[in-house]
Design a protein around this ligand. Structure first.
Ligand code: EPU
Length: 346
């Protein structure tokens, strides 16, 4: 491992994370360091081990809730760079550093004729976080394009490469949220895109807007941006982390029972005997949509999005608990929080 002394000068003490989380929660990191290179990351890991500091990794900060101040060393992953190699079979392989902004990258791809990611336009956050929750929208998921993920092993400090299979992707989940939680820091993502036009327009909201239109990648990109802007608040204007809960997957039997009581309930059949429900619909039908609870609330256009009006992590988590309880009481469905919660006091 590399000598850790050089990193010390770049470590800030008691650092305010308000500008580093899209819920704008004013929590503090005990120690904070911005990471611009893999060798700097390795130095920081050595330092943390020597000082017995717990490591917390953040990047765009758009999928985390700071429940309290964060003890230990917070690493802000700011690695930059995009490189490509064109393949013979109308595909392009692209390596993207973890600190690249997701939407800027999707825009770059569109402008260069590298296709596939148009449905994922405007998702907040950076590349490194994308595989953790396998970001998805409008019928497309990151895992469809992912070849491998570059990581540094937190314990050994060594770079490793995880294949698509190693990542064990599912709906809003991966190995990074399960068995490899906190085992690695993601430094880059390797994708394979198409140099030919491909479009995915079967998602109902997208299909509605594109009726009678011959879709091109640019049209899909623009329509997705239009859809998101019409429903989802911009975190820079109204702090939020996108969907606060995952859409619950229930047995077909339970779905049928719900359908008998609520014939208009949206249902999305899954593989096997399972059905995905719309958490937004369940929350809306418990009366939360557009409601305000002190310094936090539920967005008036999308009930799955909790918004922060100068509250803190505790306010947000209290509202989330309240929503979970009421949805469980009314529909007997358990909602699962989607963003990662940091800074537990217990
Ligand atoms: N709906 C309601 N009330 C609402 C909003 C939606 O009843 O306030 C209903 C809609 O009528 C529709 C269903 O819920 O029948 C689904 O709504 P929508 O298409 O808006 O998507 P979603 O399930 O609420 C998911 C993702 C979003 C993604 C959209 C579009 C999850 C947890 N969320 O939301 O992802 O943008 O689909 O594909 O899967 C995110 O993860 O942060 C995120 C924003």
């Amino acid at each position: 491992m590399t000598d850790s002394l050089a990193i010390i000068e770049q470590i800030h003490k008691s650092f305010d994370l308000k500008d580093f989380n899209s819920l704008a929660i004013p929590a503090k990191a005990e120690f904070f360091c911005s990471i611009d290179s893999v060798s700097q990351l390795q130095q920081a890991l050595v330092y943390a081990m020597q000082q017995n500091l717990k490591i917390t990794t953040i990047s765009g900060g758009s999928n985390l809730v700071l429940a309290a101040d964060v003890s230990g060393l917070v690493l802000h992953i700011n690695l930059k760079g995009v490189s490509t190699s064109t393949m013979l079979d109308n595909t392009v392989d692209i390596s993207v550093a973890a600190g690249e902004n997701w939407h800027d990258f999707v825009t770059l791809c569109l402008n260069n004729g590298w296709h596939g990611l148009e449905n994922l336009a405007l998702i907040p956050g950076n590349m490194g976080a994308a595989p953790i929750q396998n970001i998805g929208a409008y019928g497309v998921e990151l895992s469809h394009f992912l070849q491998s993920v570059d990581v540094v092993n937190v314990e050994t400090g060594q770079p490793e490469v995880l294949t698509d299979e190693d990542c064990d992707f599912g709906y809003r989940t991966s190995v990074f949220k399960q068995s490899a939680l906190d085992k690695y820091v993601i430094t880059g993502v390797n994708l394979r895109l198409s140099t030919q036009s491909v479009t995915h327009v079967s998602y109902p909201a997208l299909a509605d807007l594109l009726q009678g239109v011959e879709p091109t990648p640019k049209i899909v990109f623009d329509t997705v941006c239009q859809l998101r802007r019409s429903k989802l608040p911009d975190p820079k204007e109204i702090p939020n982390v996108g969907s606060f809960f995952k859409n619950p997957i229930v047995s077909k039997q339970q779905a049928d029972q719900l359908m008998a009581t609520y014939p208009e309930i949206p249902m999305f059949p899954q593989k096997g005997d399972f059905t995905k429900l719309a958490a937004a619909w369940l929350i809306e039908h418990c009366g939360f949509k557009g409601s305000r609870h002190g310094k936090v609330g539920v967005h008036h256009k999308q009930a799955l999005v909790l918004v922060n009006f100068e509250g803190n992590g505790e306010d947000i988590l209290l509202l989330a608990e309240n929503i979970k309880t009421q949805v469980a009481e009314k529909f007997a469905v358990e909602l699962e929080v989607e963003p990662r919660i940091y800074g537990h006091t217990h």
